[in-house]
Ligand binder design. Structure first.
Ligand code: BF8
Ligand code: SF4
Length: 645
C-alpha cells in the first residue's frame, strides 16, 4: 500500500520522485492542513462582513449567534448558496465566452472558427425556437448565439431562461415555477443571490436555499448552452479509442498538456499541432504529443481522441515526469502550484485567460481573432522548451490503459438506434422494465484529498456495475475510471453483473463499432452534464414517468469545487438523488442539513446524501434505484387494475 493517498500506481511513482527532489505536492499540502477547523468544516464560520469571522459557540452566552445575530442556520445557508454562486458564475461565464465566439464566427469576423456541426445547429435552433427554414447556417448560428447571450442580461423576471424552458419537462418546470426557483436572467439571479446573502439581508434559511437553487438552475442553463454551442463550433463527440495515464506522455516527443475547461484555444492547439510535426522533428523529437488534464482534457478527448494524462489531484505529477514541455492552461481547477512544480524542470506553464494568471508563468493573452496564431506560438514555445529538456531528469511511469470514450448523447442514441431504429430510448427503458439493469448512475465530480485520490470513484463504479447499474461518467470522475483501466470493454467482462453483461452484449452485437463498449459512457467534461440530464428527460418521457421517478442516481464521490456544489444542487432540483462523498459544510445546522437531505425530496423529488464510505454509498445508491423501480411497478399495477375495472 502506498504511503500516499492515491490508488494510482503511476501517481505513486511520481510522488516518490517529488519526494526525492524535495517538491511538496498537493498530497503533502493536504496533510499539512489537518486537522481541519471544525467551524469551517461544518459551515458555522461566517466571514460575510468585517465584524467576522463569527463562529457559532453554542455553549457561550451570546456565542450562539454571530455579532449581527445571524443564527447557525442563516450562516450555513448563506455559505452554501455562495458556493453555488461561484460555481454558476464559472460555468455560465464559460458558456458566455463560447456564445460570443459563435456569434463572431457567424458574423464572419473570425477566420479560425466555423460552424462545424450543422446538424447540431439545426437541432438546437429547433429546440429553442429559432427559425431554420430556408436560412443559411451562419444566419441561424447568429440567432442561436444571440439567444444564448440574451440569457445573461435579461432583467424581466416574467421571462424564463430559454435553454431551461426548452429542455426541461413541463412537470419539472411547473415545480420550479411553483417554488419560484425558475430564473429569468443569469446575471440577475447571481446578483440577487449575492445581495440576498449580504450582511443584514435574508436570514430565512429556506428562502436563502431557494435563492441558491434558482442560481443552480442558471448553472445548468449556462452549462447546457456551453455544450450545445461548443458542439456546433467544434463537432459533437463520436466514439474514440485512446489511452489514459501518465504513460501517455512520451519521452521522444514534444509533450504539451492542455488543462482547464474552455475548448476555444485547446481545439486550436490540437489543429495547429497536426501541421507542426516537422518543426518538432527539426528540434530532434519524433513529433508533437498532446495530452489532456481535467475538463479541457475531456473536451479534446471527446472530439479529437486526445489521450488523458491525469485528473485534478495529480496535475502536478504530469510535470514531475520531467518530459512535459509546456502545459497550456485556460480556466478553472488549475493549481497555482504548477509554477513551482515547473521550476524543478524545464516545463513552461502558459496561462491564456485574463482572469487566470500565475505569477512567474508565461501569459499568452488568448484572442479569438488570432486563435490559430496563438496556438502556433505556444507550440513553438514548447518546441523550444523541449530543446532544453534534461534527459537525465525524465522518468515517465510506464502505465497507460485503453480508453473508449466520446459518448455524446447523440453518439449514444446512434448506438441504441442500431438496436431499435424507431425508438432508441426504448432500448434502455426495456432493459430497466425487464429488470436486466437496475437503472442508471451518473458518476461525476472532482478529486478531494480529504479522501484517497480516485479510490471511491473506482470502488463505487465497480460495485454499481456488479449490481447491474448502467454507468454514465464525466469530469474528473470519468478520468479516474480511464486512468484505472475501467473505461473499456474488458472492464465490462471484469466488473459487470450478469444483467448488465447481457445488455452490453446486445449493444455490442449491433453497434457496428470496432471496439466493445466501455463499462461507463464518458459523456464529457463537467460543463457537459446537461447531456446526462437530457438523457434522463428523454428516458422519463419514454417510460411515462416524472423525472423524479426514473431509476437514476448521481454520485460525486470526491466533490471539491464550487462548481460541484452548483451541479449537485440543480440535480436535486431536477429530482435526482445525489450522493456526495464528502461531509458537506451544511451539517453545522440541523435545519439546513435536513432541508437539503430530506425536505428537498418532498418538494423536488431529489435530495443530497453525504457518505464518505464507498461501500455504504454504493449500497444506498442501489437501494434508491431498487425503491424507484419497485414504486414504478406498483404504480403500473395500480394503473392496470384501474383500467381493468
Ligand atoms: O469541471 S471534476 S476538479 S476539472 S470541477 Fe475541476 Fe472537479 Fe475536475 Fe472539470 Ni469539474
Ligand atoms: Fe458575523 Fe453577521 Fe458579519 Fe457574518 S454577517 S461575519 S455573522 S456579523
Amino acid at each position: 500500500m502506498s504511503e500516499y493517498k492515491t490508488i494510482d500506481v503511476a501517481a505513486t511513482q511520481m510522488l516518490d520522485k517529488a519526494k526525492e527532489i524535495g517538491f511538496l505536492s498537493t498530497f503533502d499540502r493536504a496533510k499539512a492542513q489537518e486537522p481541519r477547523c471544525t467551524f469551517g468544516n461544518t459551515g458555522i464560520c461566517c466571514r460575510i462582513c468585517l465584524q467576522g469571522p463569527c463562529r457559532i459557540l453554542p455553549k457561550k452566552p451570546g456565542g450562539n449567534k454571530g455579532v449581527c445575530g445571524a443564527a447557525d442556520y442563516t450562516i450555513v445557508a448563506r455559505n452554501t448558496v455562495r458556493y453555488i454562486a461561484g460555481g454558476a458564475a464559472a460555468h455560465s461565464d464559460h458558456g458566455r465566452e463560447i456564445a460570443e465566439t459563435l456569434l463572431h464566427t457567424a458574423e464572419g469576423k473570425l477566420k479560425d472558427y466555423q460552424v462545424t456541426d450543422v446538424n447540431k445547429l439545426m437541432y438546437v435552433a429547433k429546440n429553442i425556437g429559432v427559425e431554420t427554414e430556408g436560412r443559411d447556417a451562419n444566419a441561424i448560428a447568429k440567432d442561436v448565439a444571440n439567444a444564448a447571450l440574451a440569457e445573461f442580461g435579461r432583467i424581466d423576471e416574467a421571462e424564463e431562461l430559454t435553454w431551461l424552458k426548452s429542455y426541461a419537462p413541463e412537470n419539472t418546470l411547473n415545480i420550479w415555477r411553483k417554488t419560484t426557483v425558475m430564473p429569468s436572467g443569469i446575471n440577475l439571479s447571481l446578483a440577487k443571490l449575492l445581495h440576498q446573502t449580504h450582511v443584514g439581508n435574508d436570514s430565512d434559511p429556506v428562502n436563502i436555499i431557494f435563492g441558491g437553487l434558482k442560481v443552480a438552475l442558471c448553472d445548468i442553463d449556462g452549462q447546457h448552452l456551453a455544450t450545445d454551442l461548443s458542439d456546433i463550433l467544434f463537432g459533437t463527440g463520436v466514439p474514440v479509442v485512446t489511452e489514459a495515464n501518465l504513460g501517455a506522455i512520451k519521452a521522444d516527443k514534444v509533450n504539451i498538456a492542455v488543462h482547464g475547461h474552455n475548448p476555444l484555444l485547446s481545439q486550436m492547439v490540437v489543429k495547429a499541432a497536426k501541421g507542426m510535426q516537422d518543426e518538432a522533428k527539426a528540434a530532434g523529437a519524433t513529433g508533437i504529443n498532446l495530452v489532456g488534464i481535467c475538463c479541457t482534457g475531456n473536451e479534446v478527448l471527446m472530439r479529437e481522441g486526445v489521450a488523458i494524462a491525469t485528473n485534478f489531484a495529480t496535475q502536478e505529477l504530469a510535470v514531475m515526469t520531467g518530459a512535459m514541455d509546456a502545459m497550456v492552461v485556460d480556466v478553472q481547477c488549475i493549481m497555482p502550484s504548477l509554477r513551482s512544480a515547473a521550476e524543478c524542470f524545464h516545463t513552461k506553464i502558459v496561462t491564456t485567460s485574463p482572469i487566470m494568471k500565475i505569477p512567474g508563468s508565461y501569459h499568452y493573452a488568448f484572442d479569438e481573432h488570432r486563435a490559430m496564431d496563438s496556438a502556433k506560438e505556444i507550440i513553438r514555445l514548447a518546441i523550444d522548451a523541449y530543446k532544453t529538456r534534461d534527459k537525465a531528469k525524465v522518468s515517465i511511469p510506464n502505465i497507460t490503459n485503453k480508453v473508449v470514450a466520446g459518448f455524446s448523447l447523440e453518439a449514444m442514441l446512434n448506438i441504441f438506434k442500431k438496436v431499435n431504429p424507431d425508438n432508441p430510448m426504448r432500448v434502455i427503458a426495456d432493459a430497466i422494465e425487464a429488470g436486466e439493469i437496475k437503472g442508471i448512475a451518473a458518476l461525476i465530480g472532482c478529486n478531494n484529498l480529504k479522501g484517497t485520490h480516485d479510490q471511491n470513484h473506482t470502488a463505487i463504479a465497480q460495485e454499481l456495475a456488479k449490481n447491474d447499474v448502467l454507468l454514465l461518467a464525466g469530469g474528473c470522475s470519468a478520468q479516474a475510471h480511464a486512468l484505472a483501466g475501467m473505461m473499456n470493454g474488458e472492464a465490462v467482462q471484469q466488473y459487470a453483473g450478469e444483467g448488465l453483461k447481457k445488455f452490453y452484449a446486445r449493444l455490442n452485437a449491433a453497434s457496428g463499432l470496432t471496439e466493445d463498449l466501455p463499462l461507463m459512457f464518458h459523456m464529457g467534461s463537467c460543463v457537459d452534464y446537461s447531456r446526462m440530464q437530457v438523457f434522463v428527460n428523454m428516458l422519463a418521457a419514454e417510460m411515462g414517468l416524472d423525472n423524479s421517478e426514473v431509476p437514476y442516481v448521481v454520485s460525486a464521490p470526491e466533490a471539491m469545487s464550487e462548481k460541484a456544489v452548483a451541479i449537485g444542487s440543480w440535480n436535486v432540483a431536477y429530482g435526482n438523488p445525489t450522493h456526495v462523498g464528502v461531509i458537506a459544510p451544511t451539517v453545522g445546522s440541523q435545519l439546513v442539513n435536513d432541508v437539503v437531505t430530506k425536505i428537498a425530496e418532498d418538494v423536488f423529488g431529489g435530495y443530497f446524501f453525504w457518505e464518505p464510505d464507498a461501500a455504504k454509498a454504493s449500497a444506498r445508491l442501489i437501494d434508491i434505484l431498487e425503491e424507484r423501480n419497485w414504486k414504478n411497478v406498483m404504480r403500473k399495477k395500480a394503473r392496470d387494475a384501474k383500467a381493468a375495472n
